[in-house]
Ligand binder design. Structure first.
Ligand code: ADP
Ligand code: MG
Length: 604
C-alpha cells in the first residue's frame, strides 16, 4: 500500500513538472495523448472489464466533440454549458447503443456497434448541421477566471486533472461491487445470472460508462483543437484505440493508459509514414494477441509463471494453508409456514427440437427436505435444474417457488427470489479470486442503485468493506480462508467444488440446487460434503441434489426421485426406491447396477 502511494506520488509530481521539459509542439502531442488515455480507459471498462465488444467508442468521442462544436458555434452557448450538455448527450447515445446489449450476445454486439460507428461518420460527413466534410471550425476554448486555457501548457493541467479523476473513478468501479459484477459477467455470464447479477442491465451500464468517458474526451478535444472534422472519428482511429487497449492490457485500466500513451507516441513518430503505420499497428496487435493475450499489463505475471516453469522461482498461485473444517450453520427450528411445498414443478416438459429432455414431470419438494434426484446419464436431471433456475424456458408446465409462480423468470430474478445452484461442470468465475467469487453472490446491490457511484462514492466504499468482512466470515465457515486470494483454477478440484457451494450459499437461498456435487471427490471429501449439506438443511434451506454416488444419496436424502428418459419412474424414501423393480431395470439398462444400501446407510 505504502509502495503504491509512493508510486502515485512520484508519477503525479512527474506529470505536474512535465510541461517544463517540453516545447509547445511536444506539449500538444502530450495533450492529445491524454485524450486517448481517457478514451482507452472507457473502452477498457466496457471491453476488458465487462467483456462487451464496443466498436462505437470512437463514435462516443465524436458525439462529445461534435455536440460541443454545435452547441458553442451554432447555438452560441458558453463552453462549459456546452460541455455539460455534450457529456449528457453522449451518455444518452451510450444508452441507445447499449440497448441491443439487453438482447444480443457479445459477438453480434461487435457488428451492431461497428454499424453505429460507421453510421455516425456517415452522418456527420453528410449533415449540414455538422458542417459536412469540412467540419466545424472556430470552436471557442474553455475559459477559467485568471487562467488562460488557450495556452497548451495550461490546458494540459485541465486535462491532467480530468484524466486523474476519470482514471481514479474507473479504478474505483473495478475494485468495488459494480466492477466485480462486471468481471463476473465477463467470465461467465450464465453463472453470474445464477448468483443474482442483472446481466442485461449491467451490459447496458458498461456502454453507459464507456460513453461518458468518450464524451469527456470529445469535449476536451473540441476545446483543445478548436475544430472538428469527420476523419478524426473514423474507423481507422477506432482501430488505433482498440490496439491501445489490447496492447496495453484490456483487463487493467492502467494497462490501457500505458497502451494509449505508448501507441499515441508511436503514431506521432510514424506520422510521415501513414501506410506503414497501419501495418505496424496491425502486426503489433496480432503479436500481442498471440503471445501476450493479457497485454503489457499481464506480462509480469506471465513472466513469473515462465520463471516458475524454468525452476527459477517458486510456482505462482501458492495457497496460504490447507482446507479448514466446516463450521455448521445455526440450527433453526421449523416454522409454521414450513408445511407448504418450497418447490413445486407441475407437468413440466422441455423439448429441444427433436429431443424430449423432459416429458410431463411433476415434483413437489417440501420445505427443509433434502431431495435426491437420480437417474442414468441423459435422463433430464440437469435440464430440470436449468428450467427451475431460469436458464431454459419450458415447452410446457409450471415452476412454483414457495407458492409463487416463477416459470421462465430470468435467472437473476430467481436468484433474488431465493434459488441458488451449483453446476455439474463447475462454473466459477475464473479470473476472480475465491473471495470475489463469493462476494459477487453475497452482494445484494441492484443495478438500479448504480447512481450511488456518482453521488455517494464514500457510501459505496464503506458498504464494500462491510461486504468483504461478511465474505471472509463465510469463507471461514466453509474452511476456505487459506484460499481467499487464489484464483479458483489454481486449486484442487475438491476445493473448487466447495467454493462453488460457498458461493451458492452466499446468496442466502431458500432453495439450493446441487448438480452432482460429489463428482470427482474422494471418500473423505464426500463425507464432509454430506455434513455440509445436512447443516444447510438444518439451517432451514431446502436442498435438491442430483447425484450418482448412491451411498451418498442413501445416507443423505430424505426422499428420492428417479428419472429415466425424461420422466419420473420412481419416487419415495431412499430404501424403498432402491428396491423398486423399475429402478433396477433402468439402471441395468445402463449396465450400471444400483448398489443396494447398507443397513447403516439406510438408517442414518
Ligand atoms: P442428465 O443431467 O440427466 O445427464 P441432461 O438433462 O443434461 O441429462 O440431458 C437430457 C437430454 O437433453 C440429453 O439427451 C441432452 O442431450 C438433451 N439436452 C440437454 N440440454 C440440451 C440443449 N441445450 N440442447 C439440446 N439438447 C439438450
Ligand atoms: Mg447432468
Amino acid at each position: 500500500m505504502r509502495y503504491r502511494l509512493a508510486t502515485i506520488a512520484v508519477l503525479g509530481i512527474a506529470a505536474w513538472l512535465l510541461p517544463y521539459q517540453l516545447n509547445s509542439y511536444a506539449m500538444h502531442v502530450v495533450n492529445v495523448m491524454l485524450l486517448y488515455a481517457i478514451l482507452a480507459v472507457g473502452l477498457g471498462l466496457a471491453m476488458g472489464v465487462a467483456g462487451q465488444i464496443n466498436l462505437a467508442q470512437v463514435a462516443f468521442f465524436g458525439v462529445g466533440a461534435y455536440a460541443t462544436a454545435v452547441l458553442t458555434v451554432k447555438a452560441g452557448m458558453g463552453f462549459w454549458t456546452a460541455a455539460v450538455l455534450a457529456v449528457i448527450a453522449t451518455a444518452a447515445v451510450g444508452l441507445v447503443v447499449g440497448t441491443p446489449a439487453l438482447r444480443v450476445q457479445s459477438h453480434y454486439l461487435g457488428i451492431v456497434t461497428l454499424g453505429l460507428a460507421l453510421a455516425f461518420t456517415n452522418w456527420v460527413t453528410n449533415s449540414h448541421l455538422a458542417g459536412g466534410a469540412e467540419g466545424i471550425p472556430g470552436i471557442p476554448g474553455p475559459t477559467l477566471p485568471g487562467v488562460d486555457l488557450s495556452d497548451g501548457y495550461l490546458y494540459y493541467y485541465l486535462e491532467l486533472v480530468l484524466f486523474a479523476v476519470t482514471l481514479a473513478f474507473g479504478l474505483f468501479v473495478v475494485h468495488t461491487s459494480l466492477g466485480r459484477r462486471m468481471r463476473a459477467m465477463r467470465d461467465d455470464s450464465l453463472a453470474a445470472g445464477a448468483v443474482g447479477v442483472e446481466v442485461p442491465t449491467l451490459r447496458m451500464t458498461a456502454f453507459l460508462l464507456a460513453s461518458v468517458y468518450g464524451g469527456v474526451a470529445g469535449v476536451l478535444y473540441s476545446g483543445l483543437i478548436g475544430y472538428v472534422a469527420p476523419e478524426t472519428f473514423s474507423i481507422a482511429n477506432m482501430f488505433l484505440l482498440l490496439a491501445m487497449v489490447i496492447i496495453g492490457g484490456r483487463q487493467s485500466l492502467v494497462g490501457c493508459v500505458v497502451g494509449a500513451i505508448g501507441l499515441a507516441l508511436i503514431r506521432e513518430l510514424l506520422i510521415d509514414y501513414p501506410t506503414y503505420a497501419q501495418v505496424a499497428y496491425g502486426s503489433v496487435v496480432v503479436l500481442t494477441v498471440v503471445f501476450a493475450p493479457t497485454g503489457l499489463a499481464g506480462l509480469p505475471r506471465r513472466l513469473g509463471s515462465v520463471a516458475a516453469r524454468l525452476g527459477w522461482r517458486g510456482r505462482g498461485g501458492e495457497t496460504a494453508g490447507a482446507l479448514g473444517a466446516f463450521h455448521p450453520y445455526d440450527v433453526t427450528p421449523p416454522a409454521a409456514g414450513d408445511a407448504t411445498a418450497m418447490l413445486e414443478v407441475r407437468n413440466l416438459s422441455m423439448h429441444f427440437r427433436g429431443v424430449k429432455a423432459l416429458t410431463d414431470v411433476s415434483v413437489t419438494v417440501p420445505a427443509r427436505q433434502v431431495r435426491g434426484i437420480v437417474g442414468p446419464n441423459g435422463s433430464g436431471k440437469t435440464t430440470l435444474f436449468n428450467v427451475i433456475s431460469g436458464f431454459y424456458r419450458p415447452t410446457d408446465g409450471r415452476v412454483i417457488l414457495d407458492g409463487r409462480d416463477v416459470t421462465a423468470a430470468r435467472p437473476y430474478a430467481l436468484a433474488h427470489a431465493g434459488i441458488a445452484r451449483t453446476f455439474q461442470n463447475l462454473r466459477l468465475f475464473s479470473a476472480l479470486t475465491v473471495r470475489d467469487n463469493v462476494l459477487v453472490a453475497l452482494d445484494p446491490t441492484r443495478a438500479r442503485s448504480t447512481w450511488r457511484y456518482l453521488l455517494l462514492p464514500l457510501g459505496v466504499w464503506r458498504r464494500d468493506n462491510a461486504l468483504r468482512r461478511e465474505a471472509d466470515s463465510l469463507l471461514d465457515r466453509f474452511g476456505l480462508v487459506a484460499f481467499a486470494d487464489n484464483q479458483p483454477s489454481a486449486l484442487p478440484y475438491g476445493i473448487q467444488r466447495r467454493v462453488e457451494i460457498a458461493r451458492a450459499m452466499a446468496a442466502r437461498p431458500r432453495l439450493l440446487l446441487l448438480d452432482e456435487p460429489a463428482a470427482g471427490l474422494n471418500g473423505d471429501e464426500v463425507r464432509q460434503l454430506c455434513d455440509i449439506v445436512r447443516s444447510i438443511r438444518d439451517s432451514g434451506v431446502t436442498v435438491v441434489v442430483i447425484e450418482h454416488n448412491m451411498g451418498m444419496v442413501m445416507s443423505l436424502c430424505d426422499h428420492v426421485t428417479v428419472f429415466a428418459h425424461g420422466a419420473i419412474i420412481a419416487d419415495g424414501p431412499p430404501a424403498h426406491v432402491a428396491a423398486a423393480p423399475e429402478v433396477i431395470e433402468a439402471y441395468l439398462g445402463e449396465s450400471m447396477a444400483m448398489p443396494a444400501p447398507t443397513v447403516s446407510e439406510a438408517q442414518r
